[in-house]
Design a protein around this ligand. Structure first.
Ligand code: ADP
Length: 162
């Protein structure tokens, strides 16, 4: 049976930190599905379709072959069952991530014990990068070069100005 990993997140927008996780995970599993969350509780800058298109474009640039991008608005575990995926991938940066990710992993274990959560540590050079930080920086005229895929810079600035 192919080993399928699902990497769920907001990706609002994708950063170089996310891209590094996708690349590393794609070498470990047969298939990686990047799952763009579309939660009605959250307010996003980009629509789910826009976020998914950006992720797709970024993955094409990275030349990650065994991957796909989906949009989902319910429980990650339900999506995973429908695709026979066994592993949830999440990234870890700071201590604050640890607390949040630990809770999430155990909640998912409670509802789907057959699914395992894999935590991957951020590389030190990406440790400080977050979608929220990138948006904050761009909103205030800061340079986001090297934090997000190059093609995304102008689109992000335009979106923030709308
Ligand atoms: P969510 O709203 O689900 O937290 P995000 O898009 O912010 O969605 O993050 C998705 C996952 O990627 C989370 O596990 C987060 O900790 C991880 N992540 C975000 N940025 C980085 C980074 N720079 N390095 C490693 N992991 C990261």
């Amino acid at each position: 049976m192919p080993k399928i990993a699902v990497y769920p997140g907001s990706f609002d927008p994708i950063t170089i930190g996310h891209m590094d996780i996708i690349k590393r995970v794609s070498h470990i599993f047969d298939q990686v599905i990047v799952l763009v969350a579309n939660s009605s509780d959250k307010k996003y800058l980009f629509t789910a379709e826009e976020r998914a298109d950006i992720v797709r474009k970024a993955m094409n640039q990275m030349d990650v072959k065994n991957s796909e991008v989906c949009i989902h608005d319910g429980l990650t575990t339900e999506f995973m069952k429908s695709r026979k995926a066994q592993v949830i991938v999440r990234g870890l940066r700071a201590v604050a991530d640890f607390e949040y990710e630990g809770t999430l992993a155990n909640m998912n274990y409670r509802i789907a014990p057959e699914i395992e959560t894999f935590m991957i540590f951020s590389r030190p050079e990406y440790y400080f990068i977050s979608s929220r930080g990138v948006k904050e920086l761009a909103r205030n005229g800061g340079d986001v070069t090297g934090l997000i895929p190059d093609f995304l810079g102008p689109a992000l600035i335009k979106k923030l100005a709308d």
